[in-house]
Structures are given as structure tokens and as C-alpha cells.
Design a binder for this molecule. Structure first.
Ligand code: 5AD
Length: 344
């Protein structure tokens, strides 16, 4: 059986199977079946709904030094900022008025935001907006910290694994970081009952189909509720400044594959896709994505939260809704929880 049939039938492949699949769908006519199947599955579970999450980038300080990332610790050229609790709450207020019912608090690993400070923020947001889901995206923490955040009311956690291949992980991260720790964090988050988001970059330096296959096998194992996939985009003040960006086409194909292996996952059409291609968002939805995450953080800070060059600018909810509707979907404001149904 060819790898496309195998994937559609079994909803999973071996690592070698994924490598074979990725080679096979280099041809556009072969990729169509994968895209069609992904769209079918998304329709089956989510109809034409697209979920919106309000992204609040509340600190660009980071103790880590990931080689690809624009806000890594050693980048002296970034002007650093932190939002106060009041500023975070006013972002939520603005978002709430716009109709958002999910907020994502994302930041670098900033030591200023101790567990105590985070718990206070989480309590305050959930107290004011009990009908909203709160997602954290603040990196690697101890089990105990994750537990405290969960008890304070956090519902979801985004922590991309970035690459599931040990050797590749080493090429793009400094030696004090480890893939084992990252994976452990993801499993801790699952144990604590968070809806968990993993994910990876496409086209990061040194990545081949073998590494991507490893990412897919890892997602199969982890069974996350959310998966963020975006193309790598070089940032001018990193060692990867001269590297080519990841391919939009390959990113879209991976998004479709992930939709097939995790049919009910919440998969965003990422900002990075929208940055490399003016129609990236639409293409991401048409490939099987079902989430968009516009930024709610104040415009003056948005320029400073630059993970890669040319990060896409914000747009109004109206224009976002128009764009989503133009391609046959409907922007929806509900919390958009992952609701597992009978397996198919
Ligand atoms: N290109 C694309 N994505 C990047 N990220 C960080 N740096 C880059 C880059 N240069 C992604 C990482 C991280 C997410 C918040 O942004 O995958 O998890």
C-alpha cells in the first residue's frame, strides 16, 4: 500500500513511513489527497468554525538562548519590556469586548514572573473572566509550578517541542537545554489535566524529512490537544540570519498530515505562515487548520516581540472575520475546548 493510503487508513505511520510519505507528496497531485482528507476531517468535527484566541505577549525577557529566536537572552539589540498586571487585564478587557473568550498569555522565560506573580495574574484573569479559557505559554517549569498554575485556574498550555530529534535539538539549542526536559514538561502538563499544545518549526537549520518524521511520531505518542506548526523564519540578529526560511508548502502539508493523525486537534494557522505568505492564514485554514491567534498586546510592544524578521502586523477583528468568511469559514468566539468524541 502506498504511504498516503496507509496514513488515511491507519491514521499513523512509522518513522520510515513518514519519510516515504513526505517524499511522495512532493508532487502536488499526490498531496491533494492528503489535503482533501484533512479538510474532510476538520469539517466532520468542527464544521466551518474557526476559533480565535487572543494572544497577549506579556514579556520579551528570556533566560534561554535558543539559537533561532529573536528574543533569546544574548540578543542585546532587543529592547525588553514587561506588561504589568493592570496592562494584562486591560488587554483582556479589550479582547473580551471584541468577543474573545480565550486568552493566551505568552512570554519568554522571564524570572521576574515568579510562581507567585503568575498565580496572581492567573487568579485575576479568571476572576474577572470566568467564562474565558486561559492558556499559558511561558516555557519550561517544574511539575510543582505547573500544578500551582493549574490550581489557580489555567486551562491550557502551549509548549512547542521545536524538534523531537535529539541530534537536531542540539544543533538549534544551547547545551544547557535538553529535549528530555522539554518532553518531560509536556507529559507533566498532560498529567495535570491541561489541554496541551506541542509543535515544531518547519525548515529550521539542519532539518530533513527524517527529523520531521520524528516530530510526527512524537505527536502520535503524546496525543496533544493542540499543535502549532510554523515555518522557520531567520532573524537578523541570530546565528541563523543567513539561513533560508522554511517552505510554506511543506508547512501546509505537515499541517494536513497532523490533522489526519490527530483529527480533533486544535491547529492554528500560525503567524509565521502569515508572515511568509500574505495569504498564509487562509492557506493554513484550507489545509486543515481551525484556529487563529491575533495579538491583543499593545501595538507599541508588538514590534519588540520579534521572534523572527518581519512578523506579521495585527489586524482588526473585522478584517480577520472578513478574510475567514471569504474562504467559507466562520469566526467563532466560544472557548473552543478540545472535546474528545468516540474515536472513529
Ligand atoms: N522562526 C519561526 N518560528 C520561531 N519561533 C521562535 N523563533 C522562530 C523563528 N526564527 C517559534 C518557536 C516558539 C514559538 C513561540 O515561536 O517555535 O515555540
Amino acid at each position: 500500500m502506498n504511504p498516503i493510503d496507509k496514513l488515511i487508513k491507519n491514521r499513523k505511520l512509522t518513522k520510515d513511513g513518514y519519510v516515504e510519505l513526505l517524499n511522495c507528496i512532493e508532487k502536488d497531485e499526490m498531496a491533494v489527497r492528503i489535503t482533501d482528507e484533512a479538510v474532510l476531517l476538520r469539517k466532520k468535527y468542527y464544521g466551518n468554525k474557526v476559533y480565535t484566541r487572543g494572544l497577549i505577549e506579556f514579556t520579551n525577557y528570556c533566560r534561554n538562548n535558543c539559537f533561532y529566536c529573536g528574543i533569546r537572552r544574548d540578543n542585546q539589540t532587543v529592547s525588553r519590556y514587561r506588561l504589568s498586571l493592570q496592562e494584562i487585564l486591560s488587554c483582556c478587557q479589550r479582547g473580551y469586548e471584541l468577543g474573545f473568550r480565550t486568552f493566551v498569555l505568552q512570554g519568554g522565560e522571564d524570572p521576574y514572573f515568579t510562581d507567585e506573580r503568575m498565580v496572581k495574574i492567573i487568579y485575576s484573569v479568571k476572576e474577572r473572566y470566568p467564562d474565558c479559557a486561559l492558556t499559558l505559554s511561558i516555557g519550561e517549569k517544574t511539575y510543582d509550578s505547573y500544578r500551582r498554575f493549574r490550581e489557580a485556574g489555567a486551562d491550557r498550555y502551549l509548549l512547542r517541542h521545536e524538534t523531537a530529534d535529539q541530534v537536531h535539538y542540539r544543533k538549534i539549542h544551547p547545551k544547557e537545554m535538553s529535549l528530555a526536559v522539554r518532553k518531560q514538561c509536556l507529559y507533566h502538563l498532560k498529567t495535570l489535566g491541561y489541554q496541551v499544545g506541542a509543535g515544531f518549526m518547519v525548515g529550521s537549520p539542519g532539518q530533513t524529512y527524517r527529523e520531521l518524521a520524528q516530530d510526527l511520531v512524537f505527536l502520535q505518542e503524546l496525543q496533544p490537544q493542540m499543535v502549532g506548526i510554523g515555518p522557520f523564519i531567520p532573524h537578523h540578529s541570530t546565528r541563523f540570519a543567513e539561513e533560508p526560511p522554511g517552505s510554506v508548502k511543506l508547512t501546509l502539508r505537515l499541517l494536513s498530515i497532523v490533522r489526519i493523525l490527530l483529527p480533533q486537534a486544535l491547529i492554528p494557522a500560525t503567524t509565521a505562515l502569515g508572515t511568509l505568505d500574505p495569504e498564509g492564514r487562509e492557506k493554513g485554514l484550507a489545509a486543515g487548520g481551525n484556529v487563529v491567534m491575533p495579538k491583543l498586546s499593545p501595538a507599541i510592544y508588538q514590534k519588540k516581540y520579534e521572534l523572527y524578521d518581519g512578523e506579521e502586523a495585527v489586524e482588526s477583528m473585522e478584517s480577520l472575520a472578513r478574510r475567514v468568511e471569504a474562504i467559507g469559514y466562520r469566526l467563532t468566539v466560544d472557548r473552543g475546548d478540545f472535546v474528545p468524541t468516540e474515536s472513529i
